[in-house]
Ligand binder design. Structure first.
Ligand SMILES: C[S@@+](CC[C@H](N)C(=O)[O-])C[C@H]1O[C@@H](n2cnc3c(N)ncnc32)[C@H](O)[C@@H]1O
Length: 182
């Protein structure tokens, strides 16, 4: 995917410049860089991945291409507590499909977002996995999972053809603005 396609998959959910974001399972940062492009100077992004070498590549690329973006990298397992909070947005691109039971991580993501903060997922449009993409979920299934996890206003942002599993989509969903008393 080129930069225009990467940016295109996120664009519909990024309506303000700057802000505090995280990319969970950032890898070498294809979508972290696209996010930096969209957020412009002044953005603060934390990239989380368990592969230190990928994060080093991302750091080098960010300095070269978007030197005004503040990037923190965190070598960590995103299914464990991450000590991140009050985020305007979180991106999970091709990373949530590594988790079989997504409920605990979605609950955690919700606590990391500020009220009304958004989660953007980029995923393959399939429900049957393979050794490389073990637990994918179609957009239809994502709508259900996001609602069950207490997110709101889920919508499809875009789709692109993919050599693997046919297609890839991006979608956004929002943490509630108000909490309800139980
Ligand atoms: C397929 S790559 C996607 C990278 C990038 N988001 C992209 O779309 O180009 C998945 C990444 O998620 C990371 N990852 C998977 N499970 C993880 C976990 N539990 N904690 C941290 N990183 C994880 C892998 O190390 C890998 O870099």
């Amino acid at each position: 995917m080129d930069q225009a396609e990467l940016v295109g998959l996120l664009r519909g959910a990024v309506d303000a410049e700057g802000g505090r974001w995280a990319d969970l399972g950032a890898g070498e940062g294809a979508f972290t860089l696209a996010l930096a492009d969209l957020l412009g100077p002044g953005a603060h992004i934390t990239a989380v991945d368990r592969e230190a070498s990928s994060l080093r590549e991302l750091e080098e690329a960010m300095v070269k291409r978007f030197p005004q973006t503040r990037l923190d990298v965190k070598k960590a397992d995103f299914t464990r507590p991450l000590a991140l909070s009050d985020l305007d947005g979180i991106v999970m691109a091709n990373s949530l499909h590594f988790v079989r039971d997504k409920r605990p991580i979605l609950a955690q993501v919700k606590t990391m977002l500020s009220p009304g903060g958004r989660l953007i997922v980029v995923e393959y449009g399939a429900n049957r996995g393979n050794p490389w993409v073990p637990h994918p979920f179609s957009y239809e299934r994502w709508e259900q999972m996001a609602a069950e996890a207490g997110f709101e206003n889920t919508r499809l942002l875009g789709t692109v053809p993919s050599r693997y599993l046919g297609s890839m989509y991006s979608a956004v969903t929002y943490a509630p603005r108000t909490t309800t008393a139980d």
